[in-house]
Ligand binder design. Structure first.
Ligand code: ZN
Length: 456
């Protein structure tokens, strides 16, 4: 009997659990039905009233867990943002140090040129003095040979030839009694010249030593630059990774979705009249500086960066509607997290929903100039201006970051009025987004490589 009761209890618990799971699935998939049923007010059966109570409980539990997740994401975001600021500061610091070193190297190189010119000048002076000495020496030798006719010529030449150097020659010549006053003067002149020569040579040696010190300094500083560049590269790489993580943890969902829904429902009929564009229009009239799916230095990069000057017009790539717009970010810098109600770090942003050749696409434009993003709910034609190039948010210079999402064949009207505010349109973020690339045969929603539709 006790065994039988226990069994019954287990079955009852199982049934209750299955019932709960089934009810959750039911609430999730038939939300519209319950919304209508539970807001209709009176005339509900007891069973329906119980179902509505269950539905409300389900909703509040969903909200609570979502809020918890959002809080978690927010705290992680701050942590990553703090790191990224640190990295950005380090990169700026490295760049400044490298710049200083490079200017020091440039001025050292200039000094080296000056010293080198001095050395050449001194060398020429030395050569001139040496030539003068040689010619005076030659004169004395000639005169001595001529005036020593009484001496046996060969003996005299032997004497001179035996001289080890000029001093020795002078000493030997001094020893010859018949030396004239004229010769003595010439030899004094030679002595003065030799002293001058030695002084210049000493200066030359010290210039050469100075030159060597400066050259070594240049080599040291150049090595320092190489070292700093490598450190900056490593930090930059880490920065890129952190940036991708930041994007992943950032605002994934438009914070103004209920207002957007209202707007889209209000213009629902107009949305139904938007005609498909034939082909793509280039978003910014300039070349792509950094491409998709990775930065040239590594790190995930989910869009193409159109790089050009501040204020360059940004246009709609096709006919459609501005689904979302975010404004109010000043000029940013690497590590800046400003994104308004849109993606963290994206600065001032516009999200266009467009139909091109009969397919539905979303296009995300980032880093616009403050005050230029076109308002959400504006219906646009291909080529219409929707903003201007800026450098707001996480940006190191004026550019427009463009991402393209393929959303299938739903109509603009249908998609816009039921959009859930997901700023990656169901195609994921960061490295996980690389699992949803249209080019790999993944169906909608998937990410389109901008270069494949706009060219390089
Ligand atoms: Zn970019």
């Amino acid at each position: 009997m006790r065994k039988g009761l226990k069994l019954l209890l287990i079955i009852a618990i199982l049934l209750i659990n299955i019932g709960e799971v089934n009810a959750e699935d039911d609430y999730a998939t038939n939300g519209e039905y319950y919304e209508e049923l539970c807001t209709s007010g009176n005339g509900l059966t007891e069973e329906q009233k119980a179902a509505c109570e269950g539905y409300r409980a389900y909703l509040s539990s969903q909200t609570a867990s979502m809020q918890e997740q959002l809080a978690q994401i927010e705290s992680q975001r701050e942590e990553i943002a703090a790191n990224i600021q640190e990295y950005a500061e380090k990169i700026r610091d490295y760049d400044a140090q490298i710049e200083t070193l490079n200017s020091q190297i440039a001025s050292l190189n200039n000094e080296i040129l000056v010293v080198q010119a001095q050395i050449e000048e001194k060398q020429a002076e030395i050569d001139a003095k040496q030539a003068e000495i040689d010619s005076l020496k030659g004169k004395i030798e000639d005169r001595m040979v001529a005036s020593q006719s009484s001496m046996r010529l060969n003996k005299y030449i032997d004497l001179l030839m035996g001289a080890k150097n000029l001093q020795d020659l002078l000493r030997r010549a001094n020893g010859i009694k018949t030396i004239t006053e004229y010769d003595q003067n010439t030899m004094d002149e030679i002595k003065v010249l030799i002293d001058e020569l030695n002084a210049i040579q000493a200066q030359l040696e010290s210039d050469k030593a100075e030159l060597e010190v400066m050259k070594q300094e240049v080599v040291d500083k150049q090595q320092q630059v190489v070292y700093l560049r490598e450190e900056a590269r490593v930090v930059k790489e880490e920065y890129m990774k952190q940036e991708a993580a930041l994007e992943e943890q950032g605002n994934k969902i438009a914070t103004d979705i209920s207002a957007i829904n209202e707007k889209m429902n209000a213009i629902s009929a107009e949305l139904g009249n938007v005609v498909a564009s034939a082909g793509w229009t280039r978003p910014v009239n300039c070349s792509i500086y950094e491409g998709t799916w990775h930065y040239s230095s590594g790190g995930v990069h989910l869009g193409a960066d159109f790089s050009t000057s501040i204020g360059t017009p940004i246009v709609a790539v096709g006919n459609g509607v501005i689904l979302k717009s975010s404004d109010g970010c000043p000029a940013g810098y690497l590590g800046n997290t400003c994104g308004g109600s849109g993606s963290t770090g994206g600065g001032n942003q516009v999200y266009l929903l467009t139909n091109i050749n009969g397919s539905l696409y979303a296009v995300k434009y980032l880093h616009m100039l403050a005050g230029t993003p076109i308002a959400a709910g504006t219906i646009v034609n291909a080529g219409d201006k929707i903003g201007e190039v800026g450098t707001s948010g996480n940006s190191s210079g004026p550019h427009c970051h463009v991402e393209v999402f393929y959303l299938g064949t739903m109509s603009i009207q249908e998609y816009a009025t039921s959009w859930n505010g997901d700023l990656s349109f169901g195609a994921g973020w960061s490295s996980a987004a690389l699992n949803r690339l249209c080019e790999n045969g993944v169906g909608a929603p998937c990410r389109v490589k901008p270069e494949s539709v706009f060219g390089g």
